[in-house]
Structure formats: structure tokens, C-alpha cells
Design a protein. Sequence first.
Length: 256
Amino acid sequence: MGRLVPAVTRAFDILELFLEGDGTLSAPEITRRLRLPRTTTHELVTTLTARNYLAPVPEQPGRYRLGVRTYQLGSRYAEQLDLAAEGREVAREVADTCGETVHVALLEDTDVIYIAKVDSSHAVRMVSAVGRRLPAHCTAVGKMLLATLPEDELDERLEGRELVAMTPRSLTDPDALRAALAEIRVLGVAVEQQESNPDVSCVAAPVRDRSGRVVAALSVSVPVHRWSEERENELTALAVRGAGELSARLGHRAGR
């Protein structure tokens, strides 16, 4: 592996500063925050501006913001994103960490569609498969996705729908489902305990795109004989971290 080029590294350090705050900076602020010589900052800012990676802020002399070239690069990156492919990579990383089955799923109407699955290293029967649809209200990923819908859209999707049961523990009462979704909105994660499979429990977290919109959910599933409060806490943290990593790959910035 070749060595890093200091000037290029500093140029990227400058660009990444603009991801914080209000997105505008002056040369003195850049100098102070990166502890660079003033001449170095001036030369780098001048070069980045000439190449349209930075642009002067109108009516704010001496301040800069990201230029059009960064938007063009970001747009091209977004065009090349494949949620299923990125989901498989992240799911594999999560599965390698915990040894359990990991899913990534989308919401379509009142069903979830699995677009990525990495199996547990243990022998366990799962009712899921890539491309398969399941009732959203019976799964952790589905409940997570339903919970992110605006109330009017949720009402529209559920109106006149029968909440079918996949196991005796499935939520089939609309009021019980709405109460569960309200709790999920507060917690930011969803838990399913033997609601789609009598032998499995799982936890799910939301995946966001660069606009902050929830576009998928990532879950970790575990057989009930390995499920405990301690394990639930571990897997919740792992699902949140995995969903955050997938969100970052889709261009989402935490806190937005």
C-alpha cells in the first residue's frame, strides 16, 4: 500500500469540516480548527475553489461553502448505490459479529419484502427468505417500518385490513398494534417475540437515506433458547449500529 499524500489528506480534511455546523467556514476558522499554517490553508482553499469543490458565500465575504463539484460527485455516488448489495455487506458484518441471522427489509403496503439475509452460523429454521413477503405487523422489521409512517398514511394502509396471525403471539388487534407502534416510535427500535415464528425473537432498527427518510429496516434474529434480556440488549445495540452503518452508506448523516 502506497503512502498517503499530505496535501491531499489536508484537502479532504478541509472538505469534511463543511459537514458540520451551518456548512460555511472562513479561512481563519479552517486554519484554527485544523491547526494548519495560514499559507497552506490559503493555497488549499484557493485550489479547491478553482476546481469548484468550494465556493464563496454570496454576501458573506471571506466565507466558503461546498461547491457544485461535491454535489455532482455525491449525486453520481447515489446513482450507483444498490440498497440490496449494501444491505448484504452490512448484514454480513453484523452476522459475523454476533453469529445470528440478519435481515434487511423494505415496506410495501402492509407487507415487508426481504432484500438481504445472512444466515446464522447456528442451525435454525427461519420463515424468511430474500424476496419473500411477510405481514409487516408480525415482524420486527415490519413494525419498525410501520412505526415510521405518518399517522394518516398508517390509517390508510390499515383501514379494512385483517391482521392475520402467523403464531399465537402475533398482534391481531389494531389497537394493540397501534400501541406497540407508539412505543417503538419512542424507543427507536422494534422487538418481536415469537410473532412470526414460534421459535424466534428479533430486534430491528431503521435505515435512513441521505434525506433522513426511513427506507428499510435491519434486524437480528435469534432462537428463543438463546434469547434473554442481556442478549436482547446486546443485539439491540448491534442492530442500531448496523442500521447506522447502512444509513451512512446511503448518505445519511447522523443527527439530521
